[in-house]
Design a protein around this ligand. Structure first.
Ligand code: ADP
Length: 229
């Protein structure tokens, strides 16, 4: 599903490598944490997977395709199959929960009928069936991220990428959101989560890829937050 081979990423010609000689393979249906301190390269890796940027060297395959060589017209296919979840939610504040999810479907060309059926369903999956008509600015932090998750799964993506999804949430809400991500994963969606949150990594016992200064220094099944060299 995601395969990196000796991948390097340098933002400028004279700069240091943001990622250096990265190789890994993530299979369909996996749940993977990317951990590492600030500046380790987590966001860079996620940006490469969604082809916001291209690797400087090496190869990165997503859904079997080398994204560094992906023609522009294939980008919508790639992006439609990846649901994004952000630390700062990135919702449209003055619109309802329903609208926020509906917009994500509209841009992929879904019909009104599909939207009317699917949006209440996904809001139900994240426990927000009663908040469909509530404007996002009236929701709590945890509810905001539930809308974020509903939006991410609305188009039935093969993969969810979450960049610090619980970075703005309190500990209780953090676990609710992580449990939702786990249940989305159990339904077959591959889930990649970049995080600083030691508690959730230690508690969830999933695969952990450890980044340090742009290098992949560890890859553990059922890993814990602290990597032992
Ligand atoms: P993390 O997400 O783990 O905090 P990043 O991927 O944001 O790490 O950063 C990895 C390295 O790449 C850092 O040294 C950072 O300064 C550098 N970097 C990130 N984004 C850019 C950019 N747009 N231009 C130049 N350097 C960048």
């Amino acid at each position: 599903m995601v395969e990196a081979k000796n991948m390097c990423m340098r933002y400028s010609k004279c700069g240091d490598n943001a990622l250096e000689d990265i190789s890994f393979f993530i299979d369909r249906g996996e749940f993977v944490f990317f951990v590492g301190s600030s500046g380790a390269g987590k966001s860079t890796l996620l940006k490469l997977i969604i082809r916001e940027i291209k690797p400087t060297e090496g190869e990165l395959k997503v859904f079997g395709r080398d994204v560094g060589r992906l023609p522009r017209h294939r980008l919508p296919y790639l992006r439609r199959n990846i649901g994004m979840v952000f630390q700062d939610f990135r919702l449209i504040e003055d619109r309802t929960a329903f609208d926020n999810v509906a917009f994500a479907m509209m841009v992929t060309g879904a019909t009104r009928r599909e939207i009317r059926k699917r949006v209440p369903h996904v809001l139900g999956l994240v426990g927000l069936q009663d908040k469909a008509e509530t404007r996002v600015c009236d929701l709590s932090g945890g509810e905001l991220q539930r809308v974020g998750l509903a939006r991410a799964i609305a188009n039935r993506p093969a993969m969810i990428i979450a960049d610090e999804p619980t970075g703005n949430l309190d500990p209780g809400t953090t676990f609710d959101i992580m449990n939702l991500l786990r249940s989305i994963n159990l339904r077959g969606t591959t889930v990649l989560v970049a995080t600083h949150n030691r508690d959730i990594v230690d508690r969830f016992k999933k695969r952990v890829l450890y980044l340090e200064g742009g290098k992949l220094v560890g890859d553990e099944q059922k890993g814990i937050y602290t990597h032992v060299h």
